[in-house]
Design a protein around this ligand. Structure first.
Ligand code: ADP
Ligand code: F6P
Length: 326
């Protein structure tokens, strides 16, 4: 079959924003322009596709964005895209715009939206971006490193005050369904314990409290406990710890703080390379693929296969956190 010449592609960011999305947009735009392919920027994720909120992008449109958090294209959760009507509309607009491919920068949900569009004749290429790292087909997702560094910075500061007052700090980090941010923050922040959603059946405040009591008996004067958002009950846990142990305890919820900020070098590097690989895949004639980073290399995987892959949180890191917290 003769390969179609690629003349025009679209790009959008979807779902929760992640630091590094701008670096990915920049790489997509500039790699495409370098190959004489024009780029249509679509605003506010699938919403902008459905409503035709678009703008042609030139090289200068992505000047000075590498260092910015958030996304210059804006993003959204788009309930209309969950309906057949919305999906048909989005595919129709893609065709009206004369696009040869659509680059979607987002998380798992955005990839499921891509799968619906693919059924309707849209050629989609995904770039993984979510602070949660909860995508099964890739070992890295854009935004994770910045979010963890924000968490580490917060833990450093909380360590100062909780050690001065000999208190316990319970710190809630983001991660609705996944504990990657919590586990990493726990390790690099030197936490005494971490609670994460994958442990749902076993999440046990009594175990954490027992640990804090043991820590006191061996002379530890303060404790940092990291809780993933998906576990919930952060305030309640802090209250319980204080009531049972008598140790003054404060809860801090980092929340959306972890979604913002200038991307780290790691995020800028992956975003730039993934944006480049996405466009190269389109130019090579790839249809409905995703960019992934595995075993130290960038890969192009089938969208359908990527959505079926599974990954489990590596418990070894948690076990090491517990050993290093003695
Ligand atoms: P993320 O991409 O970060 O995981 P969401 O899960 O919120 O974020 O998904 C982003 C958007 O992708 C949703 O608002 C919706 O428009 C679209 N989407 C998610 N799941 C589906 C689905 N099953 N079918 C079609 N579109 C979907
Ligand atoms: O998926 C990224 C994430 O930040 C999760 O960690 C969090 O649970 C969720 O998005 C919050 O979503 P929203 O910005 O819609 O409140």
């Amino acid at each position: 079959m003769e390969q179609k010449t690629i003349k025009k592609i679209g790009v959008l960011t979807s779902g929760g924003d992640a630091p590094g999305m701008n670096a990915a947009i920049r790489a997509v735009v500039r790699t495409a322009l370098y190959h004489d392919v024009s780029v249509i920027g679509i605003r506010k994720g699938y919403n902008g596709l459905i409503n035709g909120e678009i703008k042609e992008m030139y090289s200068k449109d992505v000047s000075n964005v590498m260092n910015l958090g958030g996304t210059i294209l804006h993003t959204a959760r788009c309930p209309e895209m969950m309906t057949e009507e919305g999906q048909n509309k989005a595919a129709a607009i893609y065709k009206i715009l004369g696009l040869d491919a659509l680059v979607v920068i987002g998380g798992d949900g955005s990839y499921r939206g891509m799968a619906e569009l693919a059924k309707r004749g849209v050629n989609c290429i995904g770039i993984p971006a979510t602070i949660d790292l909860d995508m099964n087909n890739t070992e890295y997702t854009i935004g994770f490193d910045t979010a963890v560094n924000t968490g580490m910075d917060a833990l450093n500061k909380l360590r100062d005050t909780s050690s001065s007052h000999e208190r316990c700090s319970v710190v809630e980090v983001m991660g609705r369904d996944a504990g990657y941010i919590a586990i990493w923050c726990g390790m690099v922040g030197g936490a005494e314990d971490v609670m994460f959603p994958e442990e749902k059946g076993e999440v046990d405040s009594a175990k954490v409290i027992q640990q804090i009591l043991e820590n006191r008996s061996i002379g530890k004067r303060h404790n940092l406990i990291v809780v993933a958002e998906g576990v919930g009950g952060t305030q309640k846990l802090a209250k319980e710890i204080q009531e049972i142990t008598g140790i003054q305890t404060r809860a801090t919820i980092l929340g959306h703080l972890q979604r913002g900020g200038s991307p780290t070098a790691v995020d800028r590097m992956h975003a730039s390379m993934m944006g480049y690989h996405a466009v190269k895949a389109i130019l090579a004639g790839d249809q409905n693929k995703v960019v992934a980073y595995n075993r130290g290399r960038y890969e192009i995987l089938d969208l359908e296969k990527a959505l079926k892959m599974e990954k489990t949180l590596d418990r070894e890191v948690y076990e090491v956190i517990k050993i290093l917290a003695i």
